[in-house]
Design a protein around this ligand. Structure first.
Ligand code: HEC
Length: 115
């Protein structure tokens, strides 16, 4: 690890550095698209994006796994929907960070690649 040889630093410095590294790791892991989807979206859109839940049927959510739907939407449009929340869906622009919403676009896209 870049010049952090043993003995070049005091024990305290090394512990502090280790903690700082752990915190960075935590921040990176904080944007976990699938977990965000699970928390915010699955209740309406279903765990696999197919709206196979009672809410999905009730609110006529789209089937994100459909190739037709995937082809009809650009990433920008998907992000726009997440930001604004069409119909009964709540808007997420102020609830989630840009990174989180971008991660969710990827999750929605990944449903189209299911066999
Ligand atoms: C309260 C239920 C509900 C929740 C929660 C919800 N949605 Fe929706 N969503 C809907 C409904 C209803 C629509 C409009 C019908 C449709 O187009 O599927 C919709 C539409 C969408 C669309 C646009 C579909 C299209 O082609 O116009 C996207 C993308 C989407 N939701 C993604 C998400 C994501 C990502 C989350 C989580 C951050 C989420 N939704 C949370 C109910 C919900």
């Amino acid at each position: 690890m870049m010049g952090l040889g043993k003995g070049s630093m005091g024990m305290k410095t090394r512990i502090w550095l280790g903690m700082a590294l752990l915190m960075c790791g935590g921040l990176v892991r904080a944007v976990d698209g699938p977990a965000l989807y699970e928390t915010h979206c699955a209740k309406c859109h279903g765990a696999t994006g197919q709206a196979d839940s009672w809410r999905g049927y009730l609110f006529f959510s789209r089937d994100f796994s459909s190739a037709k739907w995937q082809a009809a939407r650009t990433d920008e449009e998907i992000l726009e929907k997440i930001d604004q929340g069409p119909r009964i869906m709540p808007p997420y622009k102020d609830k989630l960070s840009a990174e989180e919403r971008a991660a969710l676009v990827k999750v929605v896209r990944s449903f189209g690649r299911q066999p």
